[in-house]
Design a protein around this ligand. Structure first.
Ligand SMILES: [Zn+2]
Ligand SMILES: [Zn+2]
Length: 483
């Protein structure tokens, strides 16, 4: 049996579509008790444990959920056996669900707790260590009792991930403290609660170039509490008009402007990493921000793992490999994100400028949520190309996208990132309607035209689908497509 000692707090994450299914089943309006089982992946970090809902199995009233001699109603032995067997074979956690009356507060009954004590030691055996457990819902509250072979843990909260990101707790949270006076104008819009939500977020930014450096500045000004910035590049003189807060010294201009190639090379080597410029900008905006400046690549698994307990991820790096890993993080760990980019096509012969696009592509962890793989935005040939070293590419005469400098202008980056960060804000402070659609948005800059892209779903996608081999919601029990 796997030894599982979980870190507290334990939270549960569920996507809006799955939550809607569960909610409609538990609260159809008859005021009665109903049951279900959830399967869930798990993420464990030093800061806590997340259970990630992968499947919702609704128990049919009178068939799978029946009157019980020991309590009011219970799942049938057959239903429990089927679903726990499924969880065992899929290496997922098993969670039994039922509902009580009430609105904002909920707790297990004495009968509920007695049934956990009778049933869960055996279920832990069947599921090879689980964890297993139970959840009880009121309309606006949830409590949980999670078991591992090492102990028993209460559920701290459940996060529902949709166009609104909201949390349910066993009972209403105390009023938040008054926001810092500098956030007065924020608080007038989204309250001390909204400001506190932002201060508790961990947000990843992949790529701190032109687009990422804007996102970094805005998030830190908004009061986001923790930023993880990932980029291996140093500031170059040609980045300076776009990288927020970069100085001549960061780019070592006094060396790279010298006429001697070896001095220029030295300057480039000594230039500051982009993540450290971003860190300086963030700390100036918010002295109490927690900032992880990571010189590295998201393709490296040890770097990607820094984001597995993030609340949101911005992808502002334009390689197929970073898209692949970002997309996998979103679905495997149920972390919503957005990819931003700008394309300025130049005719290599004539120098003519084609249609300029800025793209803001939300990627949210459910089918139809904008999966980059389903939208065919992760090019297999570019993945292959990028896997080759620079030497190998030269040898095989690949002309890599990255090897030719592309046009880039700060205000074009603002179009893609401004939309992305506003959407992020609306999601977390609850100003989007719960059914707000967040389709990929493409701005044709020269035509002043904005287009939405209908979601695409590939039934057997290994990121977002329910296919047996898909890693959706598997957390630590799936594997990331890293090198
Ligand atoms: Zn109960
Ligand atoms: Zn997909």
């Amino acid at each position: 049996m796997a030894q599982v000692t979980m870190k507290y707090p334990v939270s549960l994450r569920i996507t809006q579509p799955l939550y809607n299914q569960l909610y409609q089943h538990l609260f159809p309006g008859d005021g009665d008790e109903h049951g279900a089982v959830l399967s869930a992946g798990i993420v464990e970090t030093s800061k806590g444990t997340r259970l990630l809902v992968r499947d919702v199995f609704l128990a049919k009233d009178g068939v799978d959920y029946v009157p019980s001699t020991r309590g009011y109603r219970a799942l049938t032995a057959q239903f429990v056996a089927d679903k726990s067997h499924y969880c065992a074979t899929q290496n997922l956690c098993y969670l039994a669900v039922h509902c009580h009356g009430g609105q904002d507060q909920v707790a297990f009954s004495v009968d509920d707790l007695a049934s956990h004590e009778r049933g869960y030691p055996a279920l832990l055996d069947i599921t090879k260590g689980g964890p297993v457990g139970a959840l009880v819902f009121a309309k606006n509250a949830v409590a949980g009792d999670i078991w591992t072979s090492e102990g028993r843990y209460p559920l701290n909260n459940m996060v529902i991930i949709g166009s609104q990101i909201r949390s349910l707790y066993p009972s209403p949270k105390p009023r938040p403290r008054t926001a810092d006076p500098k956030y007065d104008r924020h608080a007038r819009m989204f309250g001390d609660v909204g400001q506190e939500v932002l201060s508790n977020l961990k947000v990843g930014i992949i790529g701190l170039g032109g687009a990422g450096s804007l996102i970094n500045e805005w998030l830190s000004q908004l009061g986001v509490g923790h930023i993880v910035a990932i980029d291996f590049d140093r500031v170059e003189i040609t980045n300076r008009p776009r990288i927020v807060g970069s100085t001549r010294w960061d780019a070592m201009e006094w060396l790279v402007r010298q006429p001697f190639p070896w001095v220029q090379r030295l300057g480039k080597k000594l230039a500051k990493h982009k993540v450290y410029v971003a860190q300086r900008v963030a700390k100036r905006a918010n002295g109490s921000i927690r900032y992880d400046a990571i010189v590295g690549s998201i393709v490296d698994e040890s770097v990607a793992k820094k984001l597995i307990d993030a609340d949101f991820i911005f992808l502002a790096a334009d390689t197929a490999q970073s898209r692949l890993v970002f997309n996998a993080l979103v679905y495997q760990y149920l972390i919503p994100g957005v990819q931003v980019g700008v394309k300025v096509p130049v005719d290599q012969k004539t120098g003519a400028i084609g249609d300029i696009f800025s793209a803001t592509r939300h990627v949210h962890p459910f089918a139809g949520g904008g999966c980059l793989n389903c939208h065919e935005l992760i090019s297999p040939s570019r993945l292959q190309e990028e896997a080759l070293s620079l030497e190998e590419r030269k040898e095989q005469q690949y002309i890599n996208h990255e090897d030719i400098p592309q046009p880039s202008v700060i205000t074009l980056n603002v179009m893609a990132t401004g939309q992305a960060v506003n959407d992020f804000l609306m999601m977390f402070i609850g100003l989007f309607e719960p059914d707000q659609l967040l389709y990929h948005q493409m701005n044709k800059v020269r035509q002043r035209q904005s287009d939405l892209v209908e979601p695409m779903i590939q039934a057997d996608c290994l990121h977002c689908s329910s296919h047996e081999r898909s890693n959706r919601a598997k957390g630590d029990r799936g594997s990331l497509p890293c090198l």
